[in-house]
Design a protein around this ligand. Sequence first.
Ligand code: AHR
Length: 516
Amino acid sequence: MSGRDRVVVSIDPDDHRGPVDRRLFGALVEHMGRCVYTGIFEPEHPMADTDGFRTDVAELVEELGVTLVRYPGGNFVSGYDWTDGIGPRERRPRRLDLAWRSIETNQVGTDDFLGWTSRLGLEPMLAVNLGTKGVTEAAALVEYCNLPGGTEWSDRRRANGSADPHHVRLWCLGNEMDGPWQLGHTSADRYAEIAAQAARAMRMVDPTVELVACGSSFHAIPTFGSWESTVLERAGDDIDFLSMHAYYEEHDGDRDSFLASGAAMDSFIDAMAATIDAASARRRTRRRVHISFDEWNVWYQSRFAGAENLPIDVSGPRIEDVYSTVDAVVVGDLLSTLLNHADRVKIACLAQLVNVIAPIMTEADGPTWRQPTFHPFAAVAANAHGDSLVTRTTAPTLATRRHGDVPAVNVAATHDAETAEVAVFLTNRGAEPLTVELRHAGFENWRLRSVDHLPADDLGPRPHETASTVRLTPLPHHSSTGRSTELTLPARSWTSLRAGLEPAADGALNPRDSHR
Ligand code: AHR
């Protein structure tokens, strides 16, 4: 650690970067491993609803606060024929899925998934296959989902039991087409061409759709930057978002760098925003392409064999990472980073939702439980409303091997003027406790409601038996006045603070709320 050891954070209601899009709290449901089968869907399970979806999982999805779900992949989509997944289940084919070397039974398809999201009040985000399929299939899927009837595909949907259109607004134009592992991987030029054509055809079917083109699969991929420039040059007028994907893990026991993953995400987003701005300047356009960070998480890829080495099986487990409280602190930090870019990042998806590198786990024919990473996501999704505040922070720096000097404390805050609520999220990335003075004099009638935290411990991955003991607990040391709040953040911890801005009913001044 270097620099001054006292941390001062200032927030003000007038100093903000605009609203937090609620679509920032999305997740990916991919036909991969046990995310769909024995994850969200298991007709034989005692808790299954009449459509075969697990109600115990649905309850946790609701508690997690997810707002949007991206489907059906991921790499899976690049070999997927969506027509396999519609109509009577007994007639649907069993296909070899090359992405994850699985047998896809197609017992869940477009209508089933969209029925599930509709019952849960989630916004769907569908990906079309631009790897082994193309413009015709993409436009037909929009027709199937969004036209009321009177055409081949919309009538097929009606015949399959969905009389009303699904009204799917958000669509991904393929997945990770920059990656050599992707079925149908191609050059930026050719991808931009097919993405633009698909986009135009899809908008001809339904002009209200919003479209996400593939950006880079990870920051270090050699084509990052040039890929985006080409896509924006050729398809910039046809798309609304560019995607970003990033997964983080601890390498060689380098915990400091791992805990600073938010700083790496921060530079990735800055670089992407600069690339978008440069392309807009060249194209002399004011039309803003936003960012859809539609895959992010902690994922121990170094423990994963690689798809080519997997045995072919039917929904066998795939990358079921078991998370620790350290991973949860990193997830909290990554969420703060996304909030701190709310003016550019409008959509984000934790990848994935159930069983596959997921906050929610299930046992086939058994229980479901929350991984440690569930808790920061649920807290941020529940409390981050309104505008994303600019947090002016003076903090010591932490020297890391992978990311250089990073701020020891990462802070994000939101202010909801309608409900008069403020939320502040703080990560102490360093190995020493830190005292933070949070200055909030510009907020009238500041009343602290809760300060909860999650310290990282050394207990390692938490399987089912010990995962249930992990939760956010009240931060022991904090005190607040109307002008500032003082908090002692334990080493390597994540904290969530909530304040209300309503005057006391009895007209009393803001009480000193002390927990020392
Ligand atoms: O989420 C797992 C995989 O990671 C997705 O299928 C792919 O898009 C990414 O590489």
